[in-house]
Design a binder for this molecule. Structure first.
Ligand code: ZN
Length: 461
């Protein structure tokens, strides 16, 4: 079975070129100069469109337990929504519950995801119980294709790790080549501010941001960088939202330290003003770190241009407004944390191209190529090149669309971007050679997606 994607502009991180793309089976077989005759079973017309490597979302939470409830996208609904938006790989977080082992956690996440994903997927591991057994088990996780370990400086009593525990895990990372991913917010100080706000009767969703000031993200980021420096471990800051944290990352990178950071579309487009919306609407925008005042956004775009921010993931973690976000009415600290977004990352980042914030190549780099290298998937993923998996998106840069809960495919009852008008839209999506989305709709299905055992971070020398 062969497919020719004809007449488009192939955009890789390294440049754009007019070329046809020949797909055979699950792989890209060749890039062909326009005008050369090539036989194929099927032809997709990409005239006037970009042909880009499928998006890789390195930060999702499908079916994630949180405070007695669970994020509402299953691996099936979440990966279908991802495919609609041009994302063909996710890396989701397996969550170690305190008192359980990393390997049983991995088994549990396999049993949720295997056979249920519409696109390819891998796992990171959240380490919430640092002890001799967990540290030893990190080695087995790496052998099983999971070599990125997330820790939390926030959420005392739940996921929180002490500096000493972080240090020990980083020493193991240094020894094994693994990367430590960090949720960098000073949770000990934040918990005091939260308790004080509640005691004062300040219970609205906007308090979520006011009790988690950007300085406490900056401080935790600096502390994580110092611990990484002392141990020699590679460090990846997840969902960076604040200029203060970006400053710390920029300084560390300027010294050559292996420090990387992602941001998320919500921090580029939404702000504390959304959290302040009346009638509990603000709860739709509760995630941690919180949405910031608008002036942080320009800094984040700057970081994306200068590569101090390496890539963009969604932190997709959908909770319904009804019944789930409702749990925090009258107490903002009980609002489930998370914003849905896995479907919209490629489109939202394309607005950066439209607005002149990013080149088209940088758009591809931060949404696909860098995640592929960061999470050990390149050149199987993240590039349109012979031998790569045929995860290919035909993207119409001129199409117009309006984001809405009425039209999105995520299994959640609101859109954080309701009514936002965008330029650019996915036309066709191939996942390992199979057309899963086109003008006629969705043609994929649960079970098409395969588990990806990943190599180590490819930015490390
Ligand atoms: Zn997350």
């Amino acid at each position: 079975m062969s497919t020719l994607i004809r007449g488009g502009t192939v955009v890789n991180a390294t440049g754009a070129v007019a070329a046809d793309v020949l797909v055979q089976g699950e792989k890209i077989a060749a890039l062909v100069a326009p005008g050369f005759e090539v036989q194929a079973d099927t032809v997709i017309d990409a005239t006037g469109k970009y042909v880009i490597p499928g998006g890789i979302d390195g930060h999702t939470h499908m079916e994630m337990p949180f405070g007695g409830t669970s994020s509402v996208d299953t691996f099936e609904t979440g990966t279908i929504a991802a495919a609609w938006g041009g994302t063909t790989t996710i890396v989701d977080f397996a969550v170690q519950a305190k008192g359980t082992s990393l390997l049983s956690t991995l088994d549990k996440w396999h049993s949720k995801a295997d056979g249920n994903c519409a696109i390819d997927y891998g796992f990171h591991m959240i380490v919430s119980d640092v002890n001799d057994t967990s540290l030893k088990e990190m080695e087995s996780c790496i052998d099983a294709g999971v070599n990125t370990f997330k820790m939390f400086m926030a959420y005392p009593g739940v996921f929180y790790a002490t500096d000493g525990e972080i240090l020990r895990a980083m020493q193991k990372a240094r020894e094994t080549g693994a990367t430590i991913m960090m949720h960098a917010e000073n949770g000990i100080a934040i918990d005091q501010l939260v308790a004080q706000a509640i005691a004062n009767g300040d219970t609205d969703p906007v308090q979520h941001a006011l009790t988690r000031p950007p300085e406490l993200e900056g401080e935790a980021t600096s502390r994580a960088i110092a611990l990484a420096k002392v141990t020699g471990a590679p460090l990846y800051i997840v969902h960076l939202s604040a200029a203060q944290a970006l400053d710390a990352v920029t300084k560390a990178r300027d010294t050559g330290q292996n420090v990387f950071a992602e941001t998320c579309p919500q921090y580029l487009y939404l702000s504390i003003e959304d959290l302040a919306k009346p009638d509990f609407e603000g709860s739709k925008y509760v995630a941690s770190p919180p949405l910031r005042p608008k002036e942080h956004q320009g800094e984040l775009w700057r970081g994306l241009r200068t590569n101090d921010l390496s890539l963009v993931s969604t932190d997709h973690c959908p909770f319904c407004f009804k019944d789930q976000k409702e749990l925090g009415r009258g107490d903002f600290s009980k609002i489930p944390n998370g914003i849905p977004g896995v479907e919209h990352r490629i489109d939202l980042l394309h607005q950066g191209v439209v607005r002149g914030e990013l080149t088209v190549e940088r758009w591809v780099e931060i949404s696909s190529t860098t995640p592929a290298r960061m999470f050990g998937l390149y050149p199987r993923k993240g590039v349109i090149a012979p031998g790569a998996d045929a995860d290919v998106v035909v993207y119409d840069p001129m199409a117009r669309q309006t984001l809405s809960v009425e039209t999105h495919h995520m299994n959640v009852d609101y859109s954080a971007y309701e009514g936002m008008e965008l330029t650019g839209k996915v036309s066709t999506v191939l996942s390992r050679g199979k057309v899963v989305v086109d003008d006629d709709g969705f043609h994929g299905g649960a079970g098409h997606g395969r588990f990806l055992g990943r190599d180590l971070n490819q930015y490390l020398v």
